[in-house]
Design a protein around this ligand. Structure first.
Ligand code: URA
Length: 245
């Protein structure tokens, strides 16, 4: 859902300020009804008209990016650091990331201009499985990894059950590589889960999002999702919610 004035501005009809004036002047209709309030939010399925003319919708686009480390998951950064949309300078649609990866986390992130799709995928009850590979300090004990699997108490509540697998460890260097699959998407969740069992995450990569992988991509490379993949993601998100309720 997005603010009406933003949607009008995005369609290229007017600046955000002019769009607000159009709304206040009663020139804007949503689903056939005049709207004069500025707070109103609309979704892609709402019909917006300005001066009786329907808004042309931007064609929805969907991308998968292999985000490198050292990139902000945002469309802009006031400090001028690299952001995920910098990898799409040739794309004219106004895309934004679905969810986020930390600045230091690499891996798979989706971007779109389809607000309903982003909302569907990010909704807590629809959260799709995400697989991370973490390099951690020390070699976690089996019991510690079990704790992560069962759910561990964090500041913002207990985590949902996870799948955890030790991939390798180096006794000499005192590091381990652990795969962890979670459905939630809390802020810095994987890092905080490992911290809670006493193992700092040194490196983190998201390898999988549902059925999507980074296959064929190098850091900084992106590809468009196929229409079939988009459809599959929608189905997956809706199925996931069904299973949990
Ligand atoms: N969990 C984290 O701790 N960081 C991420 O970027 C993603 C998941």
């Amino acid at each position: 859902m997005e603010r009406l004035q933003k949607v009008i501005a995005r369609a290229g009809i007017a600046s955000r300020r002019k769009a607000e004036e159009l709304i206040k002047d009663g020139k804007v209709k949503v689903n056939g009804k005049v709207v004069t309030e500025l707070g109103v939010k609309v979704s892609g399925s709402d019909r917006v008209e300005v001066n009786e003319i329907p808004l042309e919708k931007e064609v929805p686009v969907y991308f998968l990016l292999y985000k490198p480390r050292g990139v902000i998951t945002s469309v802009s950064d006031e400090k001028g650091r690299k952001v995920v949309t910098d990898f799409f300078s040739e794309i004219k649609e106004r895309i934004y990331p679905i969810g986020r990866l930390d600045y230091d986390t690499s891996g798979l992130i989706l971007l779109t201009n389809d607000g309903d799709f982003a909302h569907l995928l990010m909704h807590p009850s629809h959260e799709i499985e995400k697989v991370y590979v973490a390099k951690v300090k020390g070699v976690p004990l089996k019991e510690s990894l079990r704790k992560l699997e069962k759910g561990i108490q964090l500041e913002d509540g207990k985590t949902a059950p996870a799948r955890v697998k030790m991939l390798s460890f180096d006794k000499k260097k005192q590091t381990a590589i652990v795969e962890i699959s979670i459905h939630e998407g809390r802020n810095r969740q994987v890092r905080r889960m490992f911290e809670a069992i006493g193992h700092e995450v040194i490196k983190l990569k998201r390898e999988r999002y549902g059925f999507l992988t980074l296959s064929g991509l190098k850091p900084g490379e992106a590809r468009e999702l196929t229409p079939h993949e988009v459809k599959q993601l929608r189905t997956l998100a809706l199925d996931t919610s069904g299973k949990k309720s």
